[in-house]
Design a protein around this ligand. Structure first.
Ligand code: FPP
Length: 246
C-alpha cells in the first residue's frame, strides 16, 4: 500500500463537452469524484491524499470558469466539514492560497484550523499551486536563513531544501495518478515526485470513482521500487536481511 497518493484530476471539461454540457458541469461531477475518492482513501487507510484542485496557471481560464471552480471549492469545504472532522482527517492546503477569494479562504482557514489535531489522514488541496513556484519559495526561505547566518551555505543540500517544502510534514510521495489520458506533470509536485510511481488512466476525472482508485492501488502493489539501487539489493532476500544480495 502506498502511504501518500497524489492525483492530477484531469478531464472534467472534455467529459462535459462530450455530453454537450457546459465545462462547469464536468467540474461539478468532478467534485462528486473528490467526495468519493476522499472517503475511499480514508477507508483503505491511506496516510495522505493530495489533490491538484487549481493550479497557478488555472487563473488564466475564462473568469466564469474560475468563479465556478471557486464556488465548487467553497461548497465542498462547507458540505464536507463535519464528515472530515468526524473521520479524523486533517485538511491542509499548498499553494498561494492568499490569492483565493475570501468566500473560499474563510472556510478553508477555518477547516484547516479545526482539523489540525486530526491524525488519521492528511487531505491536502493544491490550490493556486505550482510545483516550480513551491520550489522557488522553499529556496527563498532557505536563502533568507543563509543571509541571516542561521544556515551555512554548505549545509543547503537536498534534505535541507526539502525540509522547506510545503509538503515536508507529509509522508514521502509514493504514487501520482493522472486521469483522462494525458501523460505529463503539469507543474504538480515536481520536487516530491522524485521517486514516485506514476499511474495514468484514460478514465476522465468525473468517472474516476473508488473502483478506479482500487485499480491504481492494485497496480502500485506490483511495482518494484528501487530508489536508485539494483533489483537484487531490494529483492525479498535482501529485505529479509540475509545479506546475500548486498
Ligand atoms: C482539470 O480538468 C480539472 C481542474 C482544473 C479542476 C479540478 C476541480 C475539481 C475536480 C472540482 C472541485 C475541486 C474540489 C477539491 C472540490 P480540465 O478542466 O482541465 O479538463 P479538460 O482537460 O478536459 O479541459
Amino acid at each position: 500500500m502506498p502511504r501518500h497518493v497524489a492525483v492530477i484530476m484531469d478531464g472534467n471539461g472534455r467529459w462535459a463537452q462530450r455530453r454537450n454540457l457546459p465545462r462547469i458541469e464536468g467540474h461539478r461531477e468532478g467534485a462528486e469524484s473528490v467526495r468519493d475518492i476522499v472517503r475511499a482513501a480514508r477507508q483503505v487507510g491511506l496516510e495522505a491524499l493530495t489533490l491538484y484542485a487549481f493550479s497557478s496557471q488555472n487563473w488564466a481560464r475564462p473568469p466564469d470558469e474560475v468563479a465556478a471552480l471557486m464556488d465548487l471549492l467553497r461548497d465542498y469545504l462547507v458540505s464536507e466539514r463535519d464528515e472530515i472532522l468526524e473521520n479524523e482527517i486533517r485538511l491542509r492546503a499548498i499553494g498561494d492560497i492568499e490569492r483565493l477569494p475570501v468566500h473560499v479562504l474563510e472556510p478553508l482557514h477555518e477547516l484547516m484550523s479545526a482539523s489540525r489535531p486530526n491524525g488519521a489522514m492528511a487531505l491536502t488541496l493544491a490550490l493556486s499551486y505550482g510545483g516550480r513556484e513551491s520550489i522557488a519559495q522553499a529556496a527563498r526561505q532557505a536563502a533568507a536563513k543563509v543571509a541571516a547566518g542561521d544556515l551555512a551555505e554548505g549545509q543547503l543540500d537536498a534534505d535541507t531544501l526539502g525540509a522547506h517544502m510545503p509538503t515536508a510534514e507529509l509522508p514521502p510521495l509514493d504514487l501520482v495518478v493522472r486521469t483522462s489520458g494525458e501523460q505529463r506533470m503539469s507543474n504538480f509536485l515536481l520536487w516530491e515526485a522524485a521517486y514516485a510511481e506514476f499511474y495514468f488512466t484514460d478514465v476522465p476525472w468525473p468517472e474516476f470513482r473508488r473502483q478506479e482508485l482500487y485499480a491504481a492501488l492494485q497496480d502500485f502493489s506490483g511495482r518494484e521500487r528501487r530508489f536508485g539501487r539494483t533489483g537484487g539489493q531490494i529483492g525479498p532476500r535482501a529485505a529479509a536481511g540475509d545479506g546475500r544480495d548486498g
